[in-house]
Design a binder for this molecule. Structure first.
Ligand SMILES: *Cc1c(COP(=O)(O)O)cnc(C)c1O
Length: 391
């Protein structure tokens, strides 16, 4: 008897004369080409198309193009996480024997990379205070090839002297890499201030819903971008199509979300400043912020969605505060549609000694709020009541 033919075979997508409104999700790992000549043409860049998802796929390209437009960039790349993006940017800019100078309040994992992983690869590193371009200049070495900074530091929300640092990078012929995660292109576009490479954790405000982990890198110089792309494809730092698809969906509401979260943050900062148990509020949009003038100039009055504050007391009061605010998620991330509260001494800054934290002004009563888009009155009421209940 003849075997029955299997009907479960790969077949082409049905042809359609209409096109979907929403970007299709394309999880395919591999793409079919017509012939060896056709694949050759794709690799040569004379015909458009995809071959293998680690080397690029449509959902990543659609997302990258949208972030490119926000940043004023071309040919940006999506990475599997913000840290993958930082890794790709750095390894595409420096090699063993070079020195990287970083801001001393970079994202925690970036500090760890500067302290451990880069030196293990033979890349020298150093840190200095990016609010002070002279301090950065003093930390430069003859082999400094890249400078990595964030515009707004975590969690004390200090503002870097980006103009001074950009001039420094030019003077010494180093590449300036800016992690624009906190500021986002809504309030700051690093390429307009002399950045050579811009990096994002797309996980945060750009995607905005805490359901994807992604990063982004763009470079001004196409040759630099090509070097970064080589690291991206070879080290396999590329993203999942599904994550890109979700992030694209999130990005469509990014500007609305950012503006609303920022308005809420400004209101929350003012309310906290008037709270009798709050000893300090840090918000770049308030005149009592140590870098207010610089924030006005660089961020054009956009204080962002992050607010930090310090309450009277230690760990006991900090524990009591989070328990008294069950509707405000105690979670160490930022940029979600909902407000999240984090406590740097027990999370992002736990590896630092108490005196190192004290030098940064981070005590046990220090909290960082990533303000979301919910009703600001409710938020202010809940957080104020929780602070009252904690002391
Ligand atoms: C979260 C974050 C990162 C790392 O991004 P992941 O997507 O978590 O890998 C890098 N820089 C900043 C400023 C961040 O907030």
């Amino acid at each position: 008897m003849r075997k029955k033919q299997s009907i479960v075979r790969r077949t082409p997508v049905p042809h359609s004369s209409s096109v979907p409104l929403v970007t299709p999700l394309m999880p395919s790992v591999v793409y079919r080409s017509a012939s060896p000549d056709a694949i050759d043409a794709q690799y040569d860049g004379t015909a458009p198309g995809y071959v293998y998802a680690r080397e690029g796929h449509p959902n990543a390209d659609v997302l990258a193009h949208k972030i490119d437009m926000l940043e004023g960039a071309e040919g940006g790349l999506i990475f599997g996480s913000g840290m993958a993006a930082i890794t790709g940017a750095l390894l595409g800019c420096v090699k063993a024997g070079d020195h990287v100078l970083g801001g001393n309040q970079l994202y925690g994992r970036c500090l760890r990379m500067m302290a451990q992983e880069l030196p293990a690869l033979g890349i020298e590193t150093g840190l200095a205070d990016p609010t002070d371009a002279q301090a950065m200049r003093a930390a430069v070495k003859p082999n400094t090839k890249a400078i990595l900074i964030e515009v707004v530091s975590n969690p004390t929300l200090r503002i870097a002297d980006i103009s001074g640092i950009s001039q420094l990078a030019k003077d010494i012929g180093a590449l300036l890499i800016v992690d624009n995660t906190f500021t986002t292109p809504r309030s700051f576009r690093p390429f307009e201030y002399g950045a050579d490479v811009v990096v994002h954790s797309v996980t945060k405000l750009l995607a905005g819903h805490s359901d994807v982990t992604l990063g982004y890198v763009a470079a001004k110089d196409p040759e630099r971008l090509e070097a970064i792309e080589g690291i991206w494809a070879t080290f396999g730092l590329t993203p999942s199509p599904f994550d890109c698809w979700l992030a694209e969906r999130g990005l469509h509401s990014f500007e609305l979300r950012f503006d609303r979260a920022q308005e809420n943050a400004a209101r929350l900062a003012d309310a906290l400043a008037g709270h009798r148990h709050v000893t300090k509020v840090l918000y770049p949009g308030r005149p009592d912020h140590p870098d207010f003038d610089r924030a006005e100039k660089l961020l054009k009055g956009q204080g962002g969605n992050m607010v930090s504050f310090i309450i009277d007391g230690g760990r006991t009061q900090a524990n009591a505060l989070t328990k008294a605010a069950p509707n405000i998620a105690f979670a160490p991330t930022l940029g979600d549609i909902g407000t999240t509260l984090s406590h740097p001494p027990s999370s992002s800054h736990r590896a630092l000694s108490e005196s190192e934290r004290a030098a940064l002004g981070i005590s046990e009563g220090f909290f960082r709020v990533s303000v979301g888009i919910e009703d600001p009155d409710l938020l202010i009421e809940e957080l104020s009541a929780a602070i009252d209940a904690s002391v």
